[in-house]
Design a protein around this ligand. Sequence first.
Ligand code: HEC
Length: 145
Amino acid sequence: MTRTGAALVGVAVAAAIGAELWTRASSSVPREDLPANVAARVNPRLHDPAAVAEGAAVFESNCVSCHGEHADGRGVAAAGLAPPPAKFRDSDVLAQHSDSYLFYRITEGKPGTAMPSFRGALAENERWAVIAYLRTLAPDAAVRR
Ligand code: HEC
């Protein structure tokens, strides 16, 4: 390998390590602090093809009013909310969070915001399905599942 070739490989490796560190740093933001039993949970519907379609329907009936038809945070009920509803499209919300965090928020709601708890309104498998759907909206292929 030429010297330039070796240098380029070095840059690529450094970039890959940098990306890995960034990913780790951004997934350890304080709001990701979860009870241990929740943090350990894995989306059981991740590879379930029916989950995305079911999750889209759950989103349509339960989330669109605030998070918007296009998951861009512009629902009809979003006006005046502070903070505004999370944008799942064209934002880094999905990149920053694990499925277990999303599940926790959908289950418990988000204190200090208008995000309600869906513990009673949606079965656990519906909450996991809506997460499977949200993952399909992530702008970055690495965050999509
Ligand atoms: C009444 C309006 C409203 C409804 C309905 C609603 N949300 Fe939210 N949601 C919010 C607001 C406001 C936030 C807070 C955004 C923030 O923290 O910046 C939020 C936050 C979230 C978060 C956490 C984002 C983060 O960065 O912490 C998730 C996940 C979420 N919503 C998913 C859903 C899903 C899935 C549904 C439907 C099952 C839903 N929401 C229904 C208003 C709503």
